[in-house]
Design a protein around this ligand. Structure first.
Ligand SMILES: Cc1ncc(COP(=O)(O)O)c(C=O)c1O
Length: 468
């Protein structure tokens, strides 16, 4: 990373954590030169970058100030989806977007993945090699599900760090989060059962529901604060909901995070009705604030939450290593795992356990979070610069997606089609809805280093946004 980018990211972090507030003066170029020991040219370039991200603005003869949030596009409105059950059929769209993600020449605004260039490959290779070299041959048998005891202990210790009590005994190691989410659903439901999901929801959740012959009950979800608990309570009464599959932090696709009080309320509601929660929390480590948001699992006293996560988004994409802290369902999930894929690669488990034990990964995470926060700023600034007025956008406190609501009449499927022809992928709203709603919405990915290609792609997208 260049020096001026590093400096710009430092100031971005100060703005994000509230050290510098909207309307406040940013340290002068002279001050920055003195304090950070950089050249005036570096300081100026950093401030220009922050300005282009829309985070600061110049005032004539007065210096630089933190931009007022009011100058940003407003947040999208809550979906009006009614909570009724729907047989799910997720379309070809998901596979089209996945295909586009494989092509390096496509600008990946629709991709579900962060840039692979943001991960510590040499370090991962070192630990993987070391794990394999020191592997006890007996571990191929001893580490059958629930998985490596060392890795499960390391994961349980990380939970403790953010104030959540999870025992290593309730953790089952899996091939990525998607496997444990599917296992959890299989353990909790029978075909025909109703499962409460967010509207809009992560499409793989809808695909899993489809594959198991379940029905989705879509619960309206606020783009900032997550699922509507009153609507969830009504749905539980009306549809005999067997399980909830929810993302309580940095929800995909909205980026919503439930405030902690709401997570407690959610647990009280589920306790009252004896409904288990599959909590998909794969983005939680990618927070931009001071602390990792605690999951609903932190307020689970009955072992009702199956807390699902993985290293795919934050440390080791492609290693396919995930886990579920499954509470009272741990042994059922473990057995289901054995019958579906037998085990999870032992050298990979050993390598990651070693990395967590010896090298931590907090340094890498801190850098990744700063990078993602800065890239979000660049995307929002590009939208502000190029998109016609009238769009709304979320500004999540973590993860790497924003949700854009376009004026009514703009057809996101048509935007997706036109964009793909120009080598740009976007994720259109109907991908996230069993009833193909959110026709005027897009999910955009900012998990890639911001380059001129992205800037041009946003400018190009803006030309496809006229209402039909
Ligand atoms: C919300 C959500 N859950 C789960 C997953 C799957 O995670 P993994 O790659 O660890 O299987 C993804 C990946 O895109 C995701 O976005």
């Amino acid at each position: 990373m260049k020096l001026y980018e590093d400096l710009a990211n430092h100031v971005t972090a100060l703005i994000r954590d509230g050290t510098l507030r909207a309307g406040e003066r940013v340290p002068s170029v002279r001050q920055i030169v003195r304090e950070r020991r950089v050249s005036p040219a570096t300081a100026m370039r950093a401030y220009e970058l922050l300005e282009s991200r829309g985070l600061i603005e110049t005032r004539p003869r007065s210096g630089y100030y933190v931009s007022e949030p009011g100058e940003r596009a407003p947040a999208p409105r809550r979906a009006r989806a009614s909570a009724r059950t729907t047989r799910v059929e997720v379309s070809e769209l998901v596979f089209q977007i996945l295909d586009a993600a494989r092509d390096r020449d496509v600008v990946p605004l629709g991709s579900a993945f962060p840039s692979p260039m943001l991960f510590p490959w040499p370090k991962l290779a070192r630990y993987l090699g070391s794990g394999a070299r020191h592997m006890d041959p007996w571990s191929t048998v001893e580490s059958l599900p629930p998985g490596s005891s060392d890795l499960r202990r390391q994961i349980a210790r990380r939970y403790l760090k953010f104030g959540t009590n999870v025992s290593a005994d309730e953790i089952v190691i899996t091939n990525g989060a998607l496997e444990e989410l599917n296992l959890a659903l299989q353990v909790l439901t029978r075909p025909g059962d109703a499962v409460a999901v967010e509207a809009p929801a992560f499409y793989a959740c809808l695909q899993a529901i489809e594959a198991l012959g379940l029905k989705a009950v879509e619960i309206p979800t606020d783009p900032r604060e997550g699922v509507d608990l009153a609507a969830l309570a009504r749905a539980i009464d009306k549809h005999a909901v067997r399980a909830c599959w929810l993302m309580t932090s940095f929800q995909n696709p909205l980026g919503a995070t439930m405030p902690e009080a709401k997570k407690r309320e959610l647990m009280a509601l589920l306790d009252e009705h004896d409904v288990p929660l599959i909590e998909d929390d794969v983005y939680a480590e990618l927070y931009f604030g001071d602390e990792r948001p605690r999951p609903a699992k932190a307020f689970d006293t009955k072992g009702r939450v199956l807390h699902c996560s993985s290293f795919s988004k934050c440390l080791a994409p492609g290693y396919r290593l995930g886990w579920v802290a499954a509470g009272q369902f741990a042994s059922a999930v473990q057995r289901r795992k054995i019958t579906s894929s037998l085990a999870t690669s032992i050298p990979v488990q050993d390598g990651i356990a070693l990395l967590l034990r010896q090298d931590g990964y907090d340094g890498h995470l801190a850098k990744l979070r700063r990078t993602l926060a800065a890239q979000q700023g660049s995307l929002l600034a590009a939208l502000k610069k190029h998109f016609p007025v009238g769009y709304r956008v979320t500004q999540p406190e973590g993860g790497y997606f924003v949700w854009v609501e376009l004026p009514r009449g703009v057809d996101a499927l048509e935007v997706h089609r036109q964009a793909l022809e120009q080598g740009i992928s976007v994720a259109p709203g109907p991908m996230f809805s069993p009833r193909r709603e959110f026709r005027n919405c897009l999910r955009l990915n900012y998990g890639h280093p911001w380059t001129a290609d992205f800037e041009r792609a946003i400018a190009k997208l803006a030309t496809f946004l006229s209402p039909r």
